[in-house]
Design a binder for this molecule. Sequence first.
Ligand SMILES: [Zn+2]
Length: 475
Amino acid sequence: MPFHIFNTLSRTVEEFTPQNPPEVTLYSCGPTVYLPQHLGNFRTFLCWDFLKRALKFDGYRVRQVMNITDVGHLTSDEDAGEDKIEKTARAEGKSPLEVANHYTELFLADWDRLNMERPERFSRATEHIAEMIALIEKIIAAGYAYVTKSGVYFDVEKYRGENRFGRLSRQSLDEQHAGNRLEHSPDKHNPHDFALWVLNQPNHILQWPTPWGPGYPGWHIECSAMAMKYLGETIDIHTGGMDHIPIHHENEIAQSESATHKPFVRYFVHSAFLVGKTGAKISKSAGKFPLLSDLPGAGIDPLAFRIFCFSAKYRSELVFSDDGLRAAQGNLDYFREFSRNVPPEAAAPGAETPGWAADYYERFHEALDNDLNTPQALAVALDLVAESYRRKDFGAWPTLIALDAVLGLELSRYRETALGATISADAQKLMDERAEARRSRNFQQADELRKQLETMGYEVKDNRDGGAEYRRRQV
Ligand SMILES: [Zn+2]
């Protein structure tokens, strides 16, 4: 079965066909680095790590770009409020660059702890100002934007006149903006018009010169400019949280397509939220989820949070709860215990995989191809381990390692480290005997003991000084 995914553009699960197989271009809306990213943010980013790994499991080569927004994202997604980065900068008495650098570092450290594959490129908004200005000039030249004293605005009426706005959200402009106070600048032709570039804001710290005067970019134009620079005018998959469907992604489509007259995105994929549950010990407080760094204190490994997110479908809400996290930790422990229990001969390179394991590989693969059904894929991986115990057959180890390319639990490395750390009493006895044999220059016996230790899965390295190093053979 080919890969299938729910495309928000069509509201249906579609067969996925990239423009230039096996290459897939993937753009993922990234963080605004003014605060630490909480676990709700990371749930979204994890969904795209699962997506990317599932595509690679299918044999695709994925080129992913994720933006890091370090200017222009206002406290409201609309053109209102203060620049989020500058607000933190003022509060902390730092420069916007210092704020952005600090929270970018925290973000990347957590990213790595969750064992997410880094995108081929993280792109910072402030490093792509020239591309944004060039794109805005194209939009103006195409007749879809106008310049005023307060900014360069996208002309929504003109675009809507061609009946294209609202294609993604299936909402009218009023519905998209419902509940939000629209800043009705007298300069705007229409309250729904949005800023591509903001002018005449002398209090804004970051300013760049443009043909229209100094100012700073709007949040939406950043994604369009960076996506097109690195991935071309039409990208295969664009991801984001469901909250991005109205406004942010509608605006991205409108401004991109009015400049290029080509479809901007072929598959829009959106993830549902992590939601709070009252009474949970690690709870959502003040509208924010805990941070990844809060989990170890509660006995939860960052990779257990990975499993926790894997256990729900990307477009289903996931309830954040102690029970759910503990169950995920239990599953991580189960996989790890199995990894330690696999005997060296089953883990040796070229060890034969039993026929029954192939079925699990197929079922895992099918689950992923079926609209990234990670809960089903997780169930298959857990069943594979249970079946191994039932059959007392550890030959499925290479299959589990193949599935781990998507699960991302680093089980092979875990096994090596765990076993390397403990040397059994039997092996220790042989090592001691071998040291004695070498001291008394009984090389034949030393050689025999070496062979015994190698059979037990140890690598033996003799040093020039007469000592020796023993470590568990790499799987
Ligand atoms: Zn974006």
